[in-house]
Design a protein around this ligand. Structure first.
Ligand code: PHE
Ligand code: ZN
Length: 882
């Protein structure tokens, strides 16, 4: 290992600061390459702290200009720049004092996009998790809350807009071409929620009247000329505000709520108090430039960040180990919102698909960690799908255990008890226990044990006793640092389906607790006996995906098909169909890998097509049923010795079989689901477009004529239809004149629209096969590509690594080498993003031996390089551990 070996931070070492911060006053004199920050921090020593304990402040990449206590410069022997931070001693034992610190920073040189940075003429900040220390020396941790007053001085011409958190209390012209704005945020907050934005942007304005009748100003800031694309985000914001009042009784608490869309941003968006900062791709939308998925994401993320105002901001995390306290819970609130705005089953199915294809591989690989980790080297690397999505599932399970009303009661108590606090997962769980009397001790293991539980099921029907015995076992695979696991409390919603598709309600159930259709699995193995069952039923396990587990149940295909036909729970219905397809794909992949013939089982086609043809079902749901598990899903399910070529081939064969069997149906759907009237982004219209796109994609699978697709491309009247046709064209007919014509047309049509060209990059990055690498390298030379912009990098390089299994895993390993070179170079500029991209290789050990070895050597080459960032080093070291 190289040079600096950073020390892990441990949960068990948590202790409060020795000094209590009362207020913060910050002054920014903005300058492109030289910004001066003066901070005045009012502190007092915490009662009980040692009278001579020094004050520790965090800092990173700061130039210290001045340091004073109560106006007196601090003598050099009283402070030390220890590593990146600052330690000051000889501070008053009892009296409060004001520390003033002046630092100088360079926003233009800040390519990490953490702290204060300036791109495209806009100053903006990103402080979560530890970016504030790149602005000034500060106790940069979430349990230090204070009221902030922020003065911003900027040039009137280049920064007509000067924004920070809270309320604007003063604005004045300084007469020298500069002006000044003063903001005050009355709500004490941790530094990670601080934000500043300055520059020249356009605004769209609206307002919202809260349940108690207060008027809140709403402002969304975007690049000039993009005002027309902020309407959907504004509408989503208002619906979110209303929903949080109705569903959780939570009102907004300032007179103004602002969102700023910026084009250079590492993540999706950030919930800074009263001043959310968004990646512009999650704000800007109109029918010509955004797909239905974009609209849906915008609605969800606007809601997510807004909901943080209560879950995250008003009540925050005591330390970063508690991250899921705000993120998992807020994702849960966001999902519930989306389910109320759109189709609940469709939303749920998409969550399940996301969890399985992203979180399951994380939880089953070298980067697995508990929802609440106990140690970290770099907190940025813990903004993971485990913390977010598995954390969401844990809150969802609490709601399943105590019911919707119980959950609301627990949340009410949480807000009442902890408003203004920085708390822990234990504090959160205690509220549900106290509000409902349910003991969550065993349940809390979900926060502490990593790994996806495997539920094994066996069932036995006894016709003479008229009983069904269902034995459920649970085991959790070992994960890094955790070898033996305890049984957890797992709510498995279970239905029994009779031969005619009717639901069978047992007379009684013994063997464990059952509430409604929830079986409470609490032991390593448990047999539930259902009494009064007249004939052998099909068992439908984990309805609505009530627990984030894998189910291993050797169930006859006919029973699965019955569930797919007649379950009343639409999620279980979909899952039965999807499970059949997945099973078939796995078998076919193995056969192909062994150089045997692989034929598509016709049951799968029949089951999926029955969904597609059923007009009583919503189009969106039908489209989902037709969506085959991805190649990555199949790889995950195979779990070892994966040959991406075989998986690809298997999927091609099955899709072609479905296309053939559904020929007339697909032709009819492609026609019927065509958009006619004016565009509307609502879920029902989006569902029709989704169903049409998938019908077109099946049609293309058994056609050798790209012309109808080129026609569909030319006739498209929405971005969903346009990019849909383009994707099918380039994936099915790569390098044909028709595909090239459409690609060239798209490139010209959207020449000035980087966000739209991202779709163009991604579509090409995903084209299967060995040529992908050269194609990607070629696209990197396109004038629209910019390796400094996270969206471009994700759209091209990220998409290549994450969504092109055959291209990225080409057998000669050249794509791994390319990726390693790219990441090593990017690590020098943006470690946070680099480390995230690195994680796409986390499942490399499941590959067949030749690819596995080549992938490993590329990762090892990264690990051995000099000067790696802490972020990247942490990820590669964990990936190489075994
Ligand atoms: N807290 C942000 C969210 O709402 C995510 C984020 C984390 C953004 C870190 C930037 C940096 O999920
Ligand atoms: Zn969040």
């Amino acid at each position: 290992m190289k040079t600096d070996t950073p020390q892990p931070v441990y949960l068990k070492d948590y202790r409060p600061t020795d000094f209590v911060l009362e207020t913060v006053a910050l002054t920014f004199e903005l300058g492109e390459t030289e910004t001066t920050v003066t901070s005045q921090l009012r502190f007092h020593r915490r009662p009980g702290a040692a009278a001579d304990a020094p004050l520790h402040l965090d800092g990173d990449a700061l130039t210290l200009v001045e340091l004073a206590v109560d106006g007196e410069p601090v003598a050099s022997e009283r402070y030390q720049q220890s590593g990146p931070g600052l330690v000051i001693s000889g501070l008053p034992a009892e009296a409060a004092f004001t520390l003033s610190v002046t630092t100088r920073i360079n926003p233009t040189a800040n390519t990490q996009l953490l702290g204060l940075y300036r791109t495209n003429g806009i100053y903006s900040t990103q402080c979560e998790a530890e970016g504030f220390r790149r602005i000034t020396f500060f106790p940069d941790r979430p349990d230090v809350l204070a009221v902030y007053t922020v003065t911003i001085i900027g040039c009137k011409k280049t920064e007509p807009l000067l924004l920070s958190n809270g309320n604007l209390i003063e604005k004045k012209d300084l007469g020298d071409g500069r002006h000044m704005a003063v903001w005050n945020d009355p709500h004490p907050k941790p530094s990670y929620l601080f934000a500043l934005v300055a520059g020249d942007l356009a605004v769209i304005e609206d307002h919202f009247v809260t349940a108690s009748g207060r008027n809140v100003k709403l402002e969304i800031y975007v690049e000039h000329g993009k005002e027309g694309r902020a309407g959907y985000a504004m509408d989503s914001l208002k619906r979110s505000m209303r929903w949080d009042e109705e569903r959780f009784g939570r009102e907004y608490d300032l007179d103004i709520f602002m969102i700023v869309a910026v084009s250079d941003f590492n993540m999706g968006a950030m919930e800074n108090k009263g001043l959310n900062v968004f990646n512009d791709r999650l704000i800007l939308a109109d029918p010509q430039t955004a797909t239905d998925d974009d609209y849906e994401r915008i609605e969800a993320v606007v809601a997510h960040e807004y909901f943080h105002n209560w879950t995250g901001n008003r009540i925050t995390c005591r330390d970063w180990f508690q991250l899921s306290l705000k993120e998992g819970l807020t994702v849960y609130r966001e999902h519930e919102f989306s389910a109320d705005q759109r189709s609940r089953p469709v939303i749920r199915i998409n969550e399940v698909r996301f969890l399985r294809s992203n979180q399951f591989p994380e939880d089953g690989g070298p980067l697995a960690h508990p929802v609440r980790p106990t140690q970290y080297l770099e907190i940025d690397n813990f903004y993971t799908t485990t913390v977010y999505e598995k954390g969401c599932e844990v809150s969802r399970m609490i709601a399943t255990l105590i019911g919707r009303d119980g959950f609301r009661k627990g949340m009410d108590l949480y807000f009442e008890r902890h408003d203004g606090g920085a708390v822990t997962i234990e504090d959160y769980l205690k509220c549900f226990e106290d509000a409902t009397g349910r003991d969550l001790t065993q349940f809390s293991l979900w926060y502490h044990q990593a790994g996806t539980p495997v539920i094994t099921a066996t069932s036995q029907y006894d016709p003479s006793a008229k009983t069904l015995s269902l034995t459920l076992g649970q085991s959790i695979p070992p994960t890094p640092g955790q070898t033996d696991k305890k049984p957890m409390h797992i709510p498995i919603r279970t239905g029994l389906i009779g031969a005619n598709g009717e639901e069978i309600e047992p007379v009684s159930v013994s063997g464990g607790e059952r509430t409604g259709d929830v079986l409470h699995l609490t032991r390593a193995s448990q047999t539930f006996v259902f009494e009064g069952i007249a004939s052998k039923p099909a068992v439908s396990l984990n309805r609505d995906f009530s627990a984030p587990v894998r189910v291993s149940y050797d169930q006859p295909v006919a029973e699965r098909a019955l569930i797919a036909r007649s379950e009343t729970d639409p999620v279980a219905r979909w899952d039965a169909a999807n499970g059949l397809a997945l099973q078939a794909l796995c078998q076919m992949s193995r056969a192909l890998q062994a150089e045997e013939a692989a034929e598509a089982d016709e049951t799968v086609a029949r089951v999926l097509l029955a969904f597609a043809a059923d007009e009583t079902l919503e189009p969106d749901y039908r489209a989902l049923a037709l969506t085959l598990p991805s190649e990555t899903d199949v790889a995950r399910e195979l779990g070892e010795n994966v040959d991406p070529e075989a998986v690809h081939e298997a999927r091609q064969i099955l899709a072609a079989a479905i296309a053939k069997a559904g020929g007339t149906l697909f032709a009819r759907l492609a026609d019927e689901m065509r958009d006619t009237g004016a565009f509307s982004p609502d879920a029902a219209s989006a569902g029709r477009r989704a169903l049409r796109n998938i019908a077109l994609s099946y049609q293309a699978r058994i056609s050798d004529d790209p012309e109808p697709l080129l026609a569909a491309y030319k006739q498209a009247n929405s971005m969903t239809a346009l990019i849909g046709a383009l994707r099918i064209l380039v994936s099915g007919f790569a390098d044909t004149p028709a595909a090239s014509e459409a690609l060239a047309d798209f490139r010209t049509r959207f020449a000035g629209e980087p966000l739209v060209l991202d779709k163009w990059f991604s579509a090409q990055a995903a084209i299967a096969g060995e040529e992908a690498l050269e194609r990607v390298k070629g696209l990197m030379r396109d004038a629209a590509f910019n390796s400094g912009n996270p969206n471009r990098v994700r759209a091209l390089i990220g998409a290549f690594a994450a969504s092109n299994p055959t291209g990225f895993n080409r057998a000669d390993g050249l794509a791994y080498d390319f990726y390693a070179d790219f990441l090593l170079d990017m690590d020098k500029r943006n470690p946070n993003l680099t480390a995230r991209l690195m994680t796409s290789m986390r499942s490399f050990e499941t590959l067949e031996p030749i690819r596995r070895a080549r992938a490993r050597s590329a990762i090892e080459r990264i690990a051995e390089a000099d000067g790696l960032s802490r972020n990247l080093r942490d990820i590669v070291n964990r990936m190489l551990k075994n």
